[in-house]
Ligand binder design. Structure first.
Ligand SMILES: [Zn+2]
Length: 104
């Protein structure tokens, strides 16, 4: 689906990428439809993880949360009525039980 992946998941919220284009198309063709967008980076990162990695390959939680939030905001700006930042949910759920050591 995505031609060029990178460590940041840049294409996740590319204005010409599939998600933002689909959100816009759904809003145009089916304006009464509630559009919910899953916010995920793993499909767009060259390492396949749903976040930003540290140099040692572990997940950089603050950078990951910031990037996922950025993508969620861009999906909302494109017209999504609801965004579902799944990666952020996992980080938040982990912290709620005292776990902050996600490695991949
Ligand atoms: Zn993901």
């Amino acid at each position: 689906m995505v031609k060029e992946k990178d460590s940041y998941g840049t294409l996740a919220d590319d204005p010409e990428g599939p998600v933002i284009q689909t959100i816009r198309l759904l809003n145009k063709e089916l304006p009464e439809l509630l559009v919910a967008a899953d916010v995920c980076l793993c499909e767009y990162t060259d390492h396949g993880h749903c976040g930003i990695l540290n140099e040692d390959g572990t997940i950089n939680n603050p950078a990951s949360v910031a990037r996922i939030a950025e993508v969620a905001i861009n999906y909302a700006k494109a017209g999504a009525n609801c965004v579902i930042p799944f990666g952020t949910f996992l980080l938040t759920a982990g912290r709620s039980i005292g776990y902050d050591g996600w490695t991949n």
